[in-house]
Design a protein around this ligand. Structure first.
Ligand code: GLC
Length: 558
């Protein structure tokens, strides 16, 4: 495997609206991020991914981009961004941006020009199609509910539609049109030339489209079929575009490319994340994908840590000889992992530490999502009006249509909603958790902020935050860096349902990472002279056996 500059590092995701508000408008911004760079440096992260900061009407919280080369005024200016880039670099932190190029915003000038003149160049950037038999061109269902087709604004009654796999304010871009692809590649290079270290690449598998728009057999009572089923059939076409993009952008810049690519199968993994892959790496979403097979969001099934382990271990084994994936516990599209996956008795600081050890020490480039490092749990929402997310609102509606009562639907959102992880970062016990001085914040503040916050944990050596610092330091420790980066993943015998144990192995050396989420202790056979590198509670090592207390973890060199 080729050695890359990002190997062995730990990455951190910032959700800019909710990280730190410097100007008191209730919304996080770039100067706020700059003010927290020392915090990130102290934590030990060396790569920071910013969710979108570009000009946007915020229908899908910035994943609807109106200008790819400008910063949204809510976040600041290009000068602020340049300052952030430079100050991060001074601290040894590389910035990667969010590349949202399956679609743009309906407020992008491309789309406005396209609608205003169907014969314009810009009209070729989108998929405009006539309906079929008085219906939209096909029966695909958008990710956020309803048809993927919407009448073209200004041309209502003309049986003319445009395609949108996400909200109707996010028209899909026509990757089949070469000049549009070139525009996107130029834009990517604009940022890379500025010094951005790479990109997290949004919803990218969706760029492939069957230009006949044949639709698919219905998979629901609405007669529609999920757009992702079409995407899954078109991966060869996507591959062609992805190769072009890599050759024109990431590869010549040696940029880090991390894709949000669902559904990559074993046979094609090498093409995605191998040495010559389309990307450097992709997120491991296999645990999240367990829920996708359910017919409706509101009929979700809880995923226990046992299932999480089995599916994540399987994907670790799959990529051992191919490349790296990015282990995550949560992100801005998912509820907090501690609340979602851990048994109730472990939904606390102890559980957060043990889960953190798994996240940071699995093989791959781990991403920590803001707040995870202090053990943030789901936020309590008391009414549908407290939610912001377009997806949450859609799902609430379909839950009611599906027969749930309002309070049942609210409970579903409290478990599943994307807003769970989008609430403001908890900095202190002050007003708005020290996130903002505004009278109110754009999204509510987590209920436990008075005790669960950075200030309360910073100087406490037993805090979740301090434990994360130790984990990251261990991963970077020159003595263990090699094995913790390149060492093969090996599953160990779980011995009990809620235990997540694995080994990293390199050149005959072996490190065990054992996270015990049971409410009783468990023990493992190790070597008589094994050495404990880190543990979240006091562990006993006697006669070649290590005993790990309930809800804790240990890292041992054998
Ligand atoms: C990705 C993003 C998500 C967004 C969607 C559409 O899944 O992570 O937040 O809603 O793409 O851009």
């Amino acid at each position: 495997m080729q050695t890359k500059w990002w190997h062995g590092k730990v990455a951190y995701q910032i959700y800019p609206k909710s990280f730190c508000d410097s100007n008191g408008d209730g919304i996080g911004d770039l100067q706020g991020i700059i003010s927290k760079l020392d915090y990130l440096k102290e934590l030990g992260v060396e790569i920071v991914w910013l969710s979108p900061i570009f000009k946007t009407p915020f229908v899908d919280q910035g994943y609807d981009i109106a200008d790819y080369e400008d910063i949204d005024p809510v976040f600041g200016t290009m000068a602020d961004f340049d300052e952030l880039l430079a100050k991060a670099k001074e601290r040894g932190i590389d910035i990667i941006l969010d590349l949202v190029i399956n679609h743009c915003s309906n407020e992008h000038e491309w789309f406005k020009k396209a609608c205003a003149d169907l014969n314009s160049e810009e009209a070729k950037y989108f998929y405009f199609r006539k309906g079929k038999n008085g219906l939209p061109p096909d029966n695909l269902r958008s990710y956020f509910g309803g048809s993927v087709w919407e009448p073209v604004p200004g041309h209502e009654g003309e049986d003319l539609y445009y395609l949108h796999y996400f909200t109707k304010e996010q028209p899909d871009l026509n990757w089949n049109y070469a000049p549009l692809r070139q525009k996107l590649f130029d834009m990517i290079n604009f940022w890379l030339d500025k010094g951005v270290a790479g990109f997290r690449i949004d919803a990218i598998m969706n760029i492939a489209k069957d230009l006949d728009f044949p639709g698919l057999p219905a998979d629901g009572a609405d007669g529609m079929c999920s757009a992702n089923k079409m995407t899954a059939k078109l991966s060869d076409q996507a591959a062609t575009f992805l190769t072009m993009m890599n050759d024109a952008t990431f590869k010549p810049h040696d940029a880090l490319s991390v894709a949000e690519a669902f559904g990559v199968n074993q046979d094609s993994l090498k093409n995605y994340i191998g040495d010559d892959g389309f990307f450097n790496t992709i997120f491991d979403f296999s645990a999240r994908e367990l829920n996708e097979k359910y017919p409706a969001y509101y009929r979700y099934r809880p995923v226990s840590i046992a299932k999480w382990r089995d599916t994540i271990f399987a994907s670790q084994e799959r990529v051992n000889d191919i490349g790296f994936m990015c282990p995550i516990i949560e992100n801005h599209d998912e509820p907090r992992g501690v609340s979602y996956y851990l048994p109730r008795h472990a939904q606390n600081a102890d559980g957060a530490k043990a889960f953190g050890a798994v996240n940071v020490l699995l093989r791959g480039l781990p991403f920590i999502y803001q707040g995870q490092e202090i053990g943030m749990t789901n936020t309590r929402f008391n009414s549908i009006y407290e939610f912001d997310d377009v997806n949450a609102k859609d799902n609430y509606k379909s839950a009611l249509e599906g027969g749930l009562t309002p309070s049942q639907a609210l409970e579903v959102l409290n478990v599943e909603s994307r807003d769970n992880a989008r609430t403001p970062m908890l900095w202190s016990s002050e007003k708005n958790a020290g996130f903002s001085s505004a009278p109110i914040t754009w999204l509510k503040v987590h209920q436990d902020y008075q005790t669960l916050n950075v200030a309360a944990q910073k100087d406490d050596e037993n805090s979740v935050l301090s434990f994360y610092k130790q984990l990251i330091a261990l991963k970077k420790n020159p003595q263990y860096k090699e094995i913790l980066t390149y060492g093969k993943f090996k599953a160990l015998d779980p011995v009990a349902e809620y235990v997540v144990p694995f080994a990293r192995e390199l050149d005959g050396k072996m490190i065990y990472v054992i996270a015990n989420f049971e409410d009783t202790e468990v023990s493992y056979g190790v070597n008589a002279d094994s050495k404990i590198l880190l543990s979240s509670k006091e562990v006993q090592l006697q006669d070649g056996r290590v005993t790990i207390p309930a809800v804790s973890c240990v890292v041992i060199e054998l």
